[in-house]
Write a protein that binds this ligand. Sequence first.
Ligand code: KIV
Ligand code: ZN
Length: 509
Amino acid sequence: MEKIIIFDTTLRDGEQSPGASLTSDEKLKIALQLEKLGVDIIEAGFPISSPDDAKAVRIIGENIKNSTVCALARCKDEDIDIALKSLEKAKKPRLHLFLATSEIHRKYKLKKAKDEIVKIAKEKVRYAKKFIDDIEFSPEDASRTEPDFLLKVCQAAIEEGVKTINIPDTVGYAIPEEFGKLIKFLSENLPKEIIISVHCHNDLGLAVSNSLCAILNGARQVECTINGIGERAGNASLEEIVMNLVVRKNYYKVETNIKTEEIYKTSRLVSTLTGIPVQPNKAIVGKNAFRHEAGIHQDGILKYRLTYEIIDPKMIGIPKSELVLGKHSGRHALRERLKTLGFEFDDKKFEKIFEKFKKLAEKKKEIHDLDLIAIAEEEFTSMKQVYTLEYFHIVSGSSTIPSATVRLKKEGKIIEDASRGDGPVDALYKAIDRITKITPILKEYKINAITGGKDAQGEVNVTLEIKGKTFYGKGVSTDIIEASGKAYINAINFYLARKMVEKKTLKGT
Ligand code: KIV
Ligand code: ZN
């Protein structure tokens, strides 16, 4: 199968995104991750544009081992000199020369005739070729250039030793079919050994489509960026191009060196360091790309993942897809989520929970696990409380070891025990453990005053871990030691209630 060369320009065109600006250290971090991702060529910067860019190209060149490191330059001696200097330490350096060719650019920007453009292209490639072998040439605004003239400029650059011709759709004006035809025309008329590359912008939202169409018509290199960032509406997104080629390999019949499992990590890194968020519905790496909310879809996914998912999230480095619980969700997804949280209910109880869940979902956009735990535990609370606090006595002070005597009621029977502890609450909890013969791990303990004044009601919330599962408990009293005891017993009761339900469920199966 033919290889498509992935040329990443996140650090050059991507950094031209309004609002994005990276330090050279941050650029190096991204470059190292791009190398891990398997990118063939990293365009590290445009050295003439700023000393920072030149520094970044230099540092990246020094540190990257496998990927080619590329620097951009206009067809001007000073640009070429500084780009080549910045690439000095790169193991595999590439110079990327560009020169505008379209009529509109010739007339208004460069104020040069066609012949002059050809002459400059030839001269500057010849000049650079004395110092570097790997040169890529881009006729800027190629998609708006007269095809015959475009071919002429490319041929001139090739005569001087260029090996890669990049066709940019600089202003995102191309249409896939038309762009495909242009690439076909060039690939039929340029020497076979020349790599044709494409570089598409997204002004009309067609950057990825244009790039893919170009591949179908002979392009063998694509220029793209992570998350599709770049000048104005951005560049073609690397992850979208690559995943199209992977998912529809049967159609494109080409492959890349990209390690797709590194895609998500790379996307997060670029977003964090550039400060450019990824839109939630962005293909492949958006927050919602692997989240399903509609009940029918969730049911389908739970029955057979491929009903509604064409990409296994693991392929791009996301552990698994997510069933988002919201007002469109159905019973199947709710039951599954409750199960993963450790709750199982008979049909009658489940219907009550489902009703409560739907009511809450009307008010709240997304239902989180803690919301579900609260709903589910409410159901458990309506069950019988196994233990209740009958009495406690604490001895504590600056010169005494704290101790607690506790009396709990269990099914009409009073059980008493005592213990010492590191503090009054610790002594109380240890005495309770002796009675219940359960030794929870106290993960969290919080006190809040819920009323004002000296006789304020205190609320204690505890989080306990028992046999690897988490249980929450709440206790309210004007005495915070009593509130602490009640919260602890409350959580233990949840544990026991759940154990009872699990036992029943097991018996029923
Ligand atoms: O969009 C463009 O034309 C460019 C060139 C420098 C390749 O970024
Ligand atoms: Zn560009």
